[in-house]
Write a protein that binds this ligand. Structure first.
Ligand code: DAH
Length: 351
């Protein structure tokens, strides 16, 4: 084996040892670069005779070509290996199940709201919606709760720095009761012609579910909570109807006839007489315990007047209940805060 064969062997070993294209280019420079070994051989030919130049020159050129083809071979091998590695890393298994978007579900309190609307809807109640930033007039004064009334202190809330058209303040509504007035006033307007002619007005029968606010926070109170107002006004609507409506509602809502309802005398400025409504289940984990579920009463004549109606002719009842509480009872949840923490581990149980 002559020096040229040895050189080719060395280049082959060097190229094989190069693990990356960059290493290979470095190896190439050692043989074919400006100061590479092949180049040095060519430079050294100057000292040879004309005849020697011919044969030696041809041999060196052949060597150069052999090294170049080894280089090309190795380049291709490295490129191929890189491609294979890339394909492996990016492999796509089309038989895997597709990635799914998480399916959302209704919040448990929203479920309750929908139930309430469906059940009262079946009893002929409309559903009304109104502002959460409310005027002092609708939230208090129109509901027979003037500025100096002590009942206001139980409704401490969040005040907003703007003025209502009547010059009084705005606040985050402390209950859904202002919707009684808003809805009744609209209803009276719609039937103004009939009323002016002394004709009978269609009854007001409405519920108004929504968010309400107070400065309160513990396991059973949240600064934001829900209420559902109800109002039924006509010429012949009495407490007897209120009792029947509640009996129907709660039996439907809790899907049981084994349920008792009790009215406890109470006080609200906008009803007279007023009652708290309690229910008790005849079976189940809460068996026999009286649970407060609503406030109610016959609408106070001053409030009926603020509806724009004659309290001598139009009477009826109103109620306000707590959908959060009803949700806790229906699903057996004992901490109200779970509803508003947004923890998916809790919420996904209701999907
Ligand atoms: N608004 C009352 C509250 O938040 C609840 C209530 C009681 C509403 C009696 C009524 C009612 O409509 O007649 O405590």
């Amino acid at each position: 084996m002559n020096d040229l064969d040895l050189l080719v062997g060395a280049a082959q070993a060097d190229f094989a040892a190069a693990a990356t294209p960059a290493e290979l280019e470095n190896a190439k420079a050692r043989y074919l670069g400006k100061a590479g070994q092949v180049t040095e051989l060519l430079k050294g030919m100057g000292a040879l005779s004309h005849e020697e130049k011919k044969t030696r020159g041809a041999e060196i050129n052949q060597t150069k070509q052999r090294i170049e083809s080894l280089l090309t071979e190795r380049r291709q091998a490295l490129a191929e290996a890189e491609l294979q590695a890339q394909l492996k890393a990016e492999s796509l298994d089309v038989s895997l199940p597709g990635r799914q978007h998480g399916m959302g579900g209704l919040h448990p309190v929203s479920r309750t709201m929908e139930r309430i609307e469906a059940i009262f809807g079946s009893m002929g109640f409309e559903v009304a919606d109104g502002p959460e930033i409310e005027e002092d007039w609708f939230n208090f004064t129109a509901l027979n709760t003037p500025a100096d009334h002590p009942a206001r202190s139980m409704h401490d809330t969040f005040y907003v720095d703007t003025k209502a058209p009547d010059g009084s303040g705005h606040l985050l509504r402390t209950h859904t009761s202002p919707m009684q007035v808003r809805h009744a006033v609209q209803h009276v307007k719609r039937h103004a012609a009939a009323l002016a002619a002394g004709q009978a007005m269609p009854e007001i029968r409405v519920i108004a579910p929504g968010r309400t606010y107070r400065v309160d926070s513990d396991a059973t109170h949240s600064p934001m909570f829900h209420q559902c107002e109800g109002l039924w006004i006509g010429e012949n609507v009495s407490f007897k109807d209120l009792k029947a409506v509640f009996a129907d509602f709660f039996r439907n809502f809790f899907e049981t006839d084994d349920l008792e309802i009790r009215f406890r005398p109470s006080f609200f400025p906008f009803t007279e007489p007023s009652a708290e409504v309690d229910i008790a289940f005849a079976s189940g984990p809460l068996k026999g315990r009286w649970l407060e579920v609503a406030g109610s009463g016959q609408v106070h004549p001053n409030v009926v007047r603020n509806f724009g109606l004659d309290p001598e002719r139009y009477i009826g009842f109103a109620f306000g209940m707590g959908p959060d509480r009803l949700t806790m009872l229906r699903y057996g949840v004992n901490d109200l805060r779970l509803f508003f923490d947004g923890d998916l581990r809790f919420l996904s149980q209701f999907k």
